[in-house]
Design a protein around this ligand. Sequence first.
Ligand code: ADP
Ligand code: ADP
Ligand code: ZN
Length: 213
Amino acid sequence: MNIILLGPPGAGKGTQARHLVETRGMIQLSTGDMLRDARTSGTEMGQKVAEIMDAGKLVTDEIVIGLIEEQLTTKKGAGFIFDGFPRTLAQADALSALLAKHGQSLHTVIEMRVDDDALVSRITARSTCANCGEVYNDITKPIPADGKCSNCGGSEFKRRADDNEESLRTRLMEYYKKTSPLIGYYYAKGDLRPVNGLADIKEVTASIEAILG
Ligand code: ADP
Ligand code: ADP
Ligand code: ZN
């Protein structure tokens, strides 16, 4: 079963994807994580990617489609969770073609609905475990009082350079201009299932579980 988690920055895609990985053995394909790895690689592509990401703009379709294709070819598991991909109509078309090429199809697109006011506070309060990537939030999901990650026991946490109000404004504009048309695209295909992303993390998980069955 292959699914897409669709929603603006801070909607909770990464948080819910990690849960599906743990409970169902699915494979999370986060283009954001792949690009963050690429930028530390010291290559020319990495440097270009870093500048675009820090500005809050979208990286070219060619780069992210290439990253996804590599993963589809090399990874096997109980289905893929596309987290933060596709983000443009060209990426959506490329994904259908890639899935078809690998004899696979798309099961559901889960649209995580949140309002913009919630996103600023979520993003500016976000941190992740440097070791395992567990996602925390200063307000809604704080790091345990002993300073150790509840998932792996690690004690180092990081904040993203682009998780500030100014970059978020650009990222939201990119979302509305380039990614939100995908809502209509998948609705017309009959694949779209909305969930209320403003509910508690556990309630959002329950809504997604109910959809996936
Ligand atoms: P968020 O958690 O805010 O949704 P991501 O970690 O998914 O953000 O992405 C961070 C940045 O990486 C984006 O702002 C963009 O620059 C780049 N990026 C990630 N996925 C894509 C994609 N599918 N297409 C283009 N750029 C992407
Ligand atoms: P995305 O991957 O869509 O950018 P994340 O999963 O990284 O979003 O979540 C963004 C921030 O909001 C994180 O700090 C996370 O802990 C927090 N968060 C995620 N889901 C919820 C929720 N349902 N309610 C409150 N906070 C949430
Ligand atoms: Zn951890």
